[in-house]
Design a protein. Sequence first.
Length: 466
Amino acid sequence: MDIRQLFSGEHKGQKVTVRGWVRTFRANRFIALNDGSCLANLQCVVDFEQTPEEVLAEINTGAALEISGTLVESQGKGQQFEIQADSVTVLGGSNPDEYPIQPKKHSLEFLREKAHLRVRTNTFAAVMRVRAALSFAVHQYFTKNGFYQVHTPIITGSDAEGAGEMFRVTTLDPSQKTDETDFFGKETNLTVSGQLEAETYAMGLGKVYTFGPTFRAENSNTSRHLAEFWMIEPEVAFNDLDDNMDLAEDFIKAVLTYVLENCEEDLTFLDQRFAQEEAKKPQLERSPMGLLERLRFVTQNEFMRVSYTEAIDILRNSKPNKKKKFKYPIDAWGVDLQSEHERYLVEKHFTSPVILFDYPAEIKAFYMRMNDDGKTVRAMDVLFPGVGEMVGGSQREERLDKLVERMRAMDIDEEELWWYTDLRRFGTAVHAGFGLGFERLVLYTTGMSNIRDVIPYPRTPLNAAF
Ligand code: 4AD
Ligand code: MG
């Protein structure tokens, strides 16, 4: 039986059997057992006089045990139930001199090196359970709202973002140029986004979403970038940018509400952890809200909606703090915003999530719909405190002539994307969508500070261990 089920109390007084891993063993008597089903350990009290020496000797941190006994109300502090063990079987021992996850605080950096074992710590188990709950909430939200999931290809021939940060897929010697002897007979790569294919499906199924891995060979060694990350991309026919902003806001609020309601134990633990971590920072850099407070704030307040042009005006008239200027000064309309600018807007100026929209065409992808001013496109980014860009999306250019014009100007291969322009030839219509980086959502929800700690096996430059 799962330890989580036992904590419900239903089985009080009954004989039960549990299996899990030893977190601690005290006084030759008290085993704290964890099976991953919930944060709390189950205390198992062994009668050392009845338990063979060899068994006692093998009850070490990390060992896998099967314990049978009676579930009783606990006498000790801190736990409601415990097992009075009748029998303890060691399923798999764990040499205490070699097992790296000892019952003490390990640094996150150390645990990254032990990524195959770090899920046996409270922090990582809590993060990964919340991650799983968020994933479920994503599917639940879209299914409830009439969206169909589409599985877009992972190997593609197109560069959806036109940014060229792709991993090549080939069966040839890597030094060889792709020709008809290569597996696909053409250049292929791991997808950077399922958007373009999702658009084709939205123009037939109406409301669709993807939720899959995406790959970017950008050399950004930051706490918010991965080379392999999971992206959620809804795409909706007949939606314009305002509808798209409404969808993004409603979606984020819904999934956060789901975890607030369903992951109380883990979030309370992560809230305490977050408070401890924040307390180590200089006063000025601390989050003004606790983790749970921050999550509730997002679910209860409207996101600010601000155009790029308004944001530039705000930034031009702002100083990030008393003395300093921005490292990248905002000297002209049209510059791309750096994370310091985004953070200033979100954390200092508005102190809430912000949706920036109508960006200069020059700094955005070819598929975004041109505004009548001829210089801005119907793009939107949703910015969050601490995390920066959580969502990037847009209304798509549905007019064939304008799309082709932009593709030419931006050197996008028209022949490769013949099917994409076809959509504008047959039954074209206004449509819009966005991409949400799943790990950034997990990062925000759990209050962790490095994206490497919210995915089981992070892939980053020079790191693909495990
Ligand atoms: O803004 P991006 O590049 O947008 C797209 O890919 C569009 N095709 C989405 C669409 O309209 N369907 O990426 C979307 C989101 C970002 O806002 C960010 O949250 C996340 O994906 N993201 C990353 N997350 C982790 N590591 C990286 N290297 C990321 N790059 C983007
Ligand atoms: Mg973006």
